[in-house]
Design a binder for this molecule. Sequence first.
Ligand SMILES: Cc1cc2nc3c(=O)[nH]c(=O)nc-3n(C[C@H](O)[C@H](O)[C@H](O)COP(=O)(O)OP(=O)(O)OC[C@H]3O[C@@H](n4cnc5c(N)ncnc54)[C@H](O)[C@@H]3O)c2cc1C
Length: 434
Amino acid sequence: MTWNNITYAGWGRARKAKGDAARPERARALTALSKEGPAMGNCRSYGDASLNSGGKITDMTRLDRILSFDDKTGLLQVEAGMTLGELAEMFAPKGWLPMVMPGTGFCTVGGAIAMDVHGKNHHNEGSFGQHITQITLIQNGVSRDVTPNDDALWRATIGGLGQTGIIASATMQLKSCKGDVMMVTERRAENWDDHLAILDASDATYVVGWIDATARGAALGRGIVEEGETGAGLVTKPKKSRTIPMDAPNFALSAPIVKMFNNAYYRRVPAAGRTVVKPIQEFFFPLDKIHDWNRLYGKRGFHQFQCVVPLDQADALKEILEKIAHSGLASPLAVLKRMGPGRAGYMSFPMEGYTLAVDFPARDAAQSLIQQLEDKCLKAGGRIYLAKDALSRGDNIKAMYTEYGQWAAEVAKADPTKTYETDMVRRLQLRNEQ
Ligand SMILES: Cc1cc2nc3c(=O)[nH]c(=O)nc-3n(C[C@H](O)[C@H](O)[C@H](O)COP(=O)(O)OP(=O)(O)OC[C@H]3O[C@@H](n4cnc5c(N)ncnc54)[C@H](O)[C@@H]3O)c2cc1C
């Protein structure tokens, strides 16, 4: 296998690593590679979850073959480097979609399992891992099929940050859909209470709230709620992707510009609301058509803070938003969503409650703000999402994830030599004590 010494980064570009990477084309190469280090997908985790500084890493993105598909049951077996965007593009015209899709189509199947990702239908369908029926896991040169019957290993692997081995392939249940078009109803939410009330009352299959994290006072929490259903029909193909050619200068996302953008974005939907028809990718992966949009935040990169709090802690989340709105640091990309209880692994992020995700340019002030927000979230009985984290402390994570001990014990059995440790796992000291 050829190893290339590369410098690579999490999606936020604030955490970087230098080390040897292999990019195999054949699954059989994984037997040897699984003795060398962890796997990475498309590095769409924001922080350091898929980084291994000074060590070796296996880039899974060329292992993207479909292994089998049953068009009667919707059961699909794929290699783990296949992206969810490609699956949606391939299968939606045939009437099938991945059950759960996060906000980027560049997420690989392996990355989706290792983070147990959630989508705009979490309240209905739960998390990605709940629809996986089998995985092929390679642990230190030994390949084995793992199913939900292997209870502890299964729950340590789904949402388990890749610490139990390399996922070579997976079998998943697809969901039937009407076609590759979305009927999307957009309506304004005037403030926090209105926003939560619309989310609570919605019975749409897919629901998500864009929130203006710069609005304050009576307008705190205002935003736009989007409700979507799949449909069949003709709609113009998505526009060609564009690329951000260079790092943006510091003023690009300064407070007045973000405020202006948010104001215009809010008013783009008429006060009475509207229903529009969109290509499926535009609804699920709105940012993917601008390649490398993470460069908009300049050389220092950015952080995303995403937390979830239980339903009865909505006021604590409101306080978190208030703090963000007064900080003058928030970026336009902020999301509010109601989650259901579905989760598949010990370290899976979702819980029944409200989740808020906000981007911040990576500056010292944002770093200390995020620490305060995280402490508030912990106090409210919530947790932060490791796919977005670059700054947390291990003791906070261990307190937020109540099944952490079970995960750590199973990981120690699965990988006693710590071959699969990543920068995130070391930073948070997740494997130092059991
Ligand atoms: C614009 C954007 C929107 C997003 N929206 C959402 C969202 O709505 N919901 C959500 O849940 N997440 C969301 N995310 C986060 C993203 O879905 C997750 O970070 C996902 O894990 C990224 O997949 P990846 O293939 O890039 O994996 P990576 O980021 O490369 O890796 C993630 C983890 O998986 C492990 N891993 C990867 N492949 C394998 C494998 N084959 N075997 C074992 N371990 C493996 C890595 O070691 C690492 O720990 C979003 C990210 C972006 C950039």
